[in-house]
Ligand binder design. Structure first.
Ligand code: BGC
Length: 455
């Protein structure tokens, strides 16, 4: 059966994913302005494990050629990375930093010279700090700021970049950054959350429309975090709690884009989002993306909770579930989640094509004397998830590609450097790289050298 799946994969896109803030370092080099993550990690460092930051990270800014050589060596020919907005526009708007443009020009050229296709995310959470001072995602002006930034990128790189993603996981940067305050910029409460949701949703349409107007042949998408949701019990209150969490985590951003509106029926506290609507917003929310990027890591089991404001629901920790294993992020390993999520998104009439733009796992990696890293748990994780993706595809779902999160170990936001998700190990003291056995496995698998059940 596995063999049959593999025959269907002639044009399937296999790649790896990364992001600017998590890898580049060079936080103040060559005219780059500060981002909200520079500010947050430096000024609110107690919110980050071990008070770490990504000032240097993987030093990808200087080592990109080296890292791309390793990618090429493994014959992985699709690379998803993001552009740092404050590297291009240090103040967010206005003056362009040409040295920043040069960096991405060099990076893109190097990819193309090596036969690696660039997949560019325009916004992976590193808003210029100058824009946060003006209100960040809470200020509707973010739409025109975004437009200005996207226009520069599309004109500068669009002769070579065809694949674009407007936002990375709005639910995470809006939820963690503007409601819970655990990510940059560390704001809390509904008064920040609701306008930030609306502006992020509108921004996807703004970015998408602009890209298409500049070049209709651009392949334009945006990416969403999503997890298969299951109720803790058959009790009605748990069932209803699961419906609310599904609306929040999986439906909130895709449905308005498809013209279905925000899921306010299931999640009544969202109704107040209407206060932030301007005339014609219903229309402006809609955009016909060429593809949707799905990013999935785990499933969620949901229980009713009287104490959780608004949502009245809580996520059951893996330790309290009957589960086989979980990762260093404390996320249950549950490969069927990605299968169900693909099916869910595939069922939306307006979703034309799906790419898994992130999937992967953080486990403890141990280096053996001979510089080998046998990360069999990560390999198993990838195998099982790829298998689930291909099962959905085999059953007719429009899933056309898969990107591992992530290429090199990097800065995992509030969790610092501890969780390592990479196919390539990074020694953050020396910047030495070691390809893990999962990296070799992935390379062999996607190059049709082995079947999925071989490690
Ligand atoms: C994000 C990545 C992050 C990964 C693992 C996704 O939410 O896009 O930046 O490192 O998940 O947490």
């Amino acid at each position: 059966m596995v063999k049959n799946f593999e025959k269907e994969l002639k044009d399937f896109v296999w790649g790896v994913s990364s992001s600017a803030y998590q890898t580049e370092g060079a936080h103040d080099w060559d005219g780059k302005g500060p981002s909200i993550w520079d500010e947050f990690t430096n000024k609110k460092s107690r919110k980050i494990r071990n008070r770490e930051n990504a000032n240097v990270a993987c030093d990808f800014y200087n080592l990109y050629k080296h890292d791309l050589q390793i990618l090429k060596g493994l014959n992985i020919s699709n690379y998803r990375f993001s552009i740092s907005w404050p590297r291009i526009k240090p103040n967010g708007i206005g003056k362009i930093n040409y040295k920043g443009l040069d960096f991405y020009n060099r990076l893109i050229d190097e990819c193309l010279d090596l036969g690696i296709v660039p997949w560019v995310t325009l916004y992976h959470w590193d808003l210029p700090q100058e824009l946060e001072k003006k209100g960040g995602w809470v200020n509707r002006d973010v739409l025109s700021w975004m437009e200005e930034y996207v226009e520069v990128c599309a004109h500068a790189f669009g002769d070579r970049v065809k694949n674009w993603m407007v936002l990375n996981e709005p639910m995470v940067f809006v939820g963690a950054g503007y409601f819970l305050g655990v990510h940059a910029p560390g704001r809390v409460g509904m008064g920040n959350f609701l306008p930030a949701i609306h502006h992020a949703t509108l921004a996807m349409g703004v970015g998408g429309r602009l890209l298409k107007s500049i070049n209709p042949s651009f392949h334009v998408g945006t990416t969403f975090s999503c997890s298969h949701i299951e109720p803790y019990s058959f009790e009605e209150k748990d069932q209803m709690a699961a419906v609310r969490v599904d609306a929040l985590l999986n439906r909130l951003f895709i449905e308005p884009i498809l013209g279905l509106g925000y899921p306010t029926k299931e999640l009544s506290p969202l109704r107040k989002i209407q206060d932030y609507f301007k005339p014609m917003d219903e229309e402006k929310l809609r955009f016909d993306f060429d593809f949707i990027g799905i990013q999935n890591y785990t499933r969620e089991i949901v229980k009713y909770s009287f104490w959780t404001p608004y949502l009245k629901a809580k996520l059951v920790k893996p330790q309290h579930r009957n589960v086989l294993s979980y990762t260093l992020m404390n996320w249950e390993v549950y490969p069927d989640s990605i299968y169900h999520i693909i099916k869910k998104f595939d069922n939306y009439e307006g979703v034309k094509k799906i790419y898994i733009t992130e999937n992967g796992a953080a486990f403890d990696d141990h280096i053996h004397d001979n510089d080998l890293i046998h990360d069999h748990m990560r390999t198993d994780y990838l195998k099982d998830h790829i298998y689930a993706v291909l099962r959905a595809k085999h059953e007719g779902a429009k899933v056309e590609g898969y990107f591992v999160w992530t290429w090199t170990d990097n800065f995992e936001w509030a969790e610092g450097y501890r969780p390592r998700f990479g196919l390539v190990y990074v020694d953050f003291k020396t910047q030495k790289r070691i390809v893990k056995s999962s990296g070799y496995w992935y390379s062999k698998y996607i190059n049709n050298l082995i079947a999925i059940d071989t490690v």
